[in-house]
Design a protein around this ligand. Structure first.
Ligand code: IPD
Ligand code: CA
Ligand code: CA
Length: 261
């Protein structure tokens, strides 16, 4: 696993360096949807990371947000968000990261999240714990929910679809000390793992948003499920991640407003 981790770290640091260098330059922006955009840096980082991985492990599958699925029928699948927090990035708001995970026979076994503006590298290997810049991290000991800081996000189709997370946001805001919508799902999860946030929920995420982060939370002693407490898979579209102390309370808040689907 160590050899995979090293390649992921090198690729994440290189892509993050590029993001840092180009942040406040003018960007070439293309719209994937009304509010869902992509910059030239998302694409450059996608190529950089996928090329590095396929050079090192030519037989492995790769699923990357901007370049799609390179299927080789391998038991190993790299899952990559080359730039999580693109809306922030396009606006020069310095809160974004690189997320790289490796799924082996359907289970995420390794993950890396790199936050270039803070030079913070989160790493995790299943069964070996979660780390930030080489030091072990663990979830917070905070609870009940009224003493906690939570995070969430809203889907790109929020103006057109019923499941827009608005009602859950209001319900949680009545319960928690505070809620942040910082704009990078992978970092929200890494922050739960590091005990800087106590809980996080979101819907309509993609595997690359969550693959590395959900393993960080679990390995840091937290809990990750679907909205009804069901076993979580990165292919589910609803996630709740917490320090485990407030997990039941979070599920109860979400339970007031479970939509079909
Ligand atoms: C987005 C961010 C955001 C979340 C969105 C994601 P992107 O990823 O993680 O925090 O709320 O749903 O799609 O598009 O910046 O990679
Ligand atoms: Ca993302
Ligand atoms: Ca992205």
């Amino acid at each position: 696993m160590q050899q995979y981790l090293e390649v992921a770290i090198d690729a994440a640091r290189e892509a993050g360096g590029l993001q840092r260098q180009r942040l406040w330059l003018e960007h070439d922006i293309v719209f994937k949807g009304a509010t869902d955009l992509v910059t030239e840096v998302d694409r450059m980082c996608d190529s950089l990371i996928t090329e590095r991985i396929s050079r090192s492990f030519p037989d492995h599958d790769i699923l990357a947000e901007e370049s799609g699925h390179q299927a080789q029928q391998s038991a190993y699948k790299w899952i990559i968000d080359p730039l999580d927090g693109t809306t922030n990035y396009a606006h020069g708001f310095p809160w974004f990261c690189v997320s790289i995970a490796l799924e082996i026979e359907g289970t995420v076994g390794m993950g890396v999240i790199y936050h270039p503006m803070m030079d913070e590298l989160f790493t995790v290997i299943q069964g070996e714990g979660a780390f930030l810049n080489g030091s072990r991290i663990s979830v917070s000991g905070r609870g009940p929910i009224r003493n906690t800081l939570l995070a969430t996000g809203f889907p790109y189709d929020r103006t057109r679809e019923n499941e827009n997370n608005f009602e859950n946001f209001v319900n949680f805001h009545m319960e928690a000390r505070g809620i942040r919508r910082a704009g990078a799902a992978a970092l929200d999860l890494a922050y739960v793992a590091a005990g800087r946030l106590d809980g996080y929920w979101e819907c309509k995420l993609k595997p690359w948003d969550v693959a590395a982060g959900q393993l960080l939370v679990k390995e840091a002693g937290g809990e990750v499920t679907g909205y009804s407490g069901e076993t979580y898979s990165i292919y589910n579209h609803r996630i709740v991640a917490s320090n485990s102390i407030i997990h039941e309370e979070m599920l109860a808040v979400l339970g007031r407003n479970i939509l079909p689907g």
